[in-house]
Design a protein around this ligand. Structure first.
Ligand code: PMP
Length: 468
């Protein structure tokens, strides 16, 4: 693309500047130290999106290598999803889902249950509960697990088990089961009790230890924890295969199999948070498939609508659902959000699932993932890269001094931020997690765009670490 370079049109540059000022006068941005605007961090006003590109108000184009916070699947403004949204908005935009029903909510639930992970010998996931975003979906799953035991009179089961370095969202319940200090630490006094167990993260493997052995070791720690506290635990929650916000840390699927067995042995529900990894990101439609396991509760969001609208779905087993059937209203699951099962969001999700079928997306992604692996390999050889890892359409580069895992760059150097800026100048949105750069592009990313991504990543790493 020859239009990736700096914007030239003075009128457009002035317009972008005007939007920046208007924005900073009124907006408080998410996940941002606002003091860093406008000087340290450039705010980028976006006018539109086209496929894998974001088009800036200043006329510049940016390759969206992070799929707009991992939401976008098939590119921006995908016409089939846009059309489905338009059509639904013209017939039924919203209706209360308590006591009322509508076709998009029913059809989407049917479809999700049909494609959900299955495990031989286990009753399939049977019911769908909608919420409005990922964190709300996690809240639903946690509350369901807790409440199910209450309904049976098992009042001791009040705790959750979660993985160290896991992330499940920002609301207080979701934050309680998350372990990324940056988000959690300040709110710790407000959070429900959670028992954290070592992550199977293969990056933490001891020298000479394989990813599989590392998974086995972490499962050993989980076993010890459940042996000691199993009777107090209602559910274990984890992100299958990739701890995304925790730095795209990846683990061997064996851990999921062992955790599944341990949860069964202790009568603890297993909640799979596939909010980030679901819908084809790791190479299969759902990450759990790679371990051949089925959770008791499955949380979906982000890519659920192809990245167009906020929506979450929590899939539950029949046994879980049945535990709420009673004469008493208090035993019912009274959790409710005004926009639960919004028809337009459900229509977008249905259209997104049709794109998966029409375009044979999961099969096509295999080729794209192989291309990403080939382009990433030489970058992984750079002396600043301590680890290169991949799970399907997710590739991560862990930067460390001299490529030594034990010697991270000093936080004050802000290597990740420097890399972000360097990439942005070159027309690529790489939004590192600390000093971890990653690729999680929309699935429509093409050869030329991947080449730009690889070239830019290399240059960004070199530029960001030049000072170190
Ligand atoms: N779980 C996981 C695994 C996530 O990655 C995220 C978002 N990054 C969430 C939950 C929370 O989703 P949301 O941002 O929609 O609240």
């Amino acid at each position: 693309m020859d239009d990736v370079g700096p914007a030239h049109d003075p009128a457009m540059i002035a317009e972008a500047d005007a939007w920046r000022s208007r924005d900073l006068a009124v907006l408080w941005h998410p996940c941002t130290q606002m003091r860093e605007h406008p000087h340290e961090l450039p705010l980028v006003p976006i006018a539109s999106g086209e496929g894998a590109w974001l088009v800036g108000r200043d006329g510049r184009r940016y390759l969206d290598a992070v799929s707009s916070w991992w939401t976008n699947l098939f590119g921006h403004a995908e016409p089939r999803i846009a059309a489905a949204i338009g059509a639904q908005a013209c017939s039924l935009e919203q209706v209360i889902l308590a006591g009322f029903s509508h076709a998009p909510a029913v059809e989407l639930a049917e479809k999700l249950l049909a494609i959900a992970p299955r495990e031989p010998g286990r009753e399939p996931l049977a019911k769908v509960f909608y919420a409005d975003n990922g964190s709300a979906g996690v809240e639903v799953a946690l509350k369901m697990a807790f409440h199910w035991f209450r309904n049976r009179g098992e009042d001791r089961r009040t705790k959750f088990v979660a993985l160290e370095n896991g992330y499940h969202g920002e609301t207080l319940g979701a934050l309680a089961v998350g372990d990324v200090p940056l988000y959690r630490r300040v709110y710790a006094p407000l959070l429900a009790e959670c028992l954290f167990t070592p992550s199977p993260d293969a990056y933490l493997a001891a020298p000479g230890e394989s990813a599989e052995e590392c998974a086995r070791r972490a499962a050993g720690a989980l076993e010890a924890l459940l042996d000691a506290h199993g009777g107090e635990v209602c559910a274990m929650i984890l992100e299958p295969l990739v701890q995304c916000a925790g730095g795209m840390r990846m683990h061997h699927p064996l851990y999921l199999q062992l955790a599944r067995k341990l949860c069964d042995a202790h009568g603890v529900f297993l909640i799979a948070d596939e909010i980030a990894v679901g819908f084809g990101r790791t190479g299969t439609l759902f990450a759990c498939e790679q371990a051949g396991i089925q959770p008791d509760l499955l949380c979906l969001s982000k890519g659920l609508t192809g990245g167009f609208l906020p929506l979450a779905a929590v899939l539950a087993t029949q046994a879980l659902y049945d535990g709420f059937l009673d004469e008493s209203r208090e035993r019912a699951f009274l959790h409710s959000h005004s926009y639960t099962g919004n028809p337009i969001a459900c229509a977008a999700a249905l259209a997104s699932l049709r794109v998966f079928e029409e375009d044979q997306v999961v099969a096509r992604n295999r080729g794209t993932a192989a291309r990403m692996a080939a382009l990433a390999a030489p970058i992984g050889e750079l002396p600043q890269v301590a680890d290169l890892r991949q799970a399907g359409m997710i590739v991560a580069f862990e930067l460390a001094r001299d490529g030594d895992r034990r010697t991270p760059f000093e936080p004050g150097l802000r290597v990740g931020l420097r890399a972000y800026r360097a990439a942005l100048e070159r027309g690529v949105v790489l939004r590192p997690l600390g000093d971890i750069l990653y690729w999680m592009p929309p699935y429509c990313v093409d050869e030329e765009q991947l080449a730009l991504l690889a070239r830019t990543t290399r240059e960004a790493i070199l530029e960001a670490t030049a000072c170190a």
